[in-house]
Write a protein that binds this ligand. Structure first.
Ligand code: 5GP
Length: 234
């Protein structure tokens, strides 16, 4: 499958048309941004690693009955996916307090949450992806209540599957972000699932093995991404 015209270039990925109108190619870049793209950098080899991790997780989720946009891995950095009409809502699921939740509610980072917490954020860079609820989604017409029910159910299922998966790799799934979209009327999980979009901590030491190493200048960033890949492969 050949790359056609560039459709969109985002912070971490580039999307290309293909000769099939239903399919596009997402190419994973080494570029990294944080804090509304005010912090920019490069994480050498990140694109290759995130493509491989995302492919593995999408395949796992598909095998457990979660419909995703994943079709196949094309090369080191390229993934063939179904074209989606993106729902402009980011779904966050949290198992352990960190990042935005600690800031919002003053809960100390590392506190295990009694129940997984689901949040919606409006995908709008100019508004800084604000926290929203079902009522906001309805008035903004971002998705129907039926679509949001599906998104919510899939998200909690993904959390359970991924928690078990990372636990076997001696990693704690602290939190993660998902994006969804429709393809021929069907709701599918899209985007990527990687250390860019998940917080992953070592099960014993709580060492951060995710994008927080870049966000917080913790060093050994490349090594952390490589470590996650190594652990999920063994
Ligand atoms: P927080 O809201 O605490 O900043 O993020 C919660 C989780 O979602 C983290 O695992 C974080 O990596 C992910 N996340 C939230 N928003 C974004 C985003 O815009 N880009 C990326 N790559 N990850 C995000």
């Amino acid at each position: 499958m050949e790359k056609g015209n560039k459709i969109y270039e985002g912070k971490a990925k580039i999307l290309y048309d293909t000769d099939n109108a239903d399919l596009i190619i997402q190419e994973f870049k080494d570029d990294a941004t944080a804090f509304d793209a005010t912090k920019k950098g490069t994480i050498k080899g990140k694109g290759v690693i995130n493509n491989e991790i995302s492919c593995a997780i999408f395949q796992l989720l598909e095998s457990k009955g979660i419909p995703t946009h994943f079709v196949k891995k094309l090369s080191n950095r390229d993934m063939l996916v179904k074209r989606l009409k993106i729902v402009m809502v980011e779904v966050t699921i949290r198992n352990i307090a960190a990042g935005g939740l600690s800031k919002l509610l003053g809960i100390e980072e590392g506190i295990i949450l009694k129940t997984p917490v689901l949040e919606y954020h409006y995908k709008d860079d100019l508004l800084h992806d604000p926290l929203i609820n079902d009522y906001h989604i309805e008035i903004l017409k971002l998705a129907t209540p039926q679509e949001m029910k599906k998104i919510k159910d899939y998200s909690f299922s993904v959390n359970q599957i991924m928690k078990d998966f990372f636990d076997k790799a001696n990693l704690k799934l602290v939190d993660f972000k998902l994006e969804f979209g429709t393809h021929k009327g069907k709701m599918l999980l899209g985007d990527e699932i990687s250390p860019d979009t998940c917080r992953l901590w070592d099960k014993i030491t709580n060492e951060k093995l995710d994008k927080d190493r870049f966000r917080r200048d913790l060093g050994r960033i490349e090594e952390a991404y490589q470590e996650v890949l190594k652990r999920i492969k063994t």
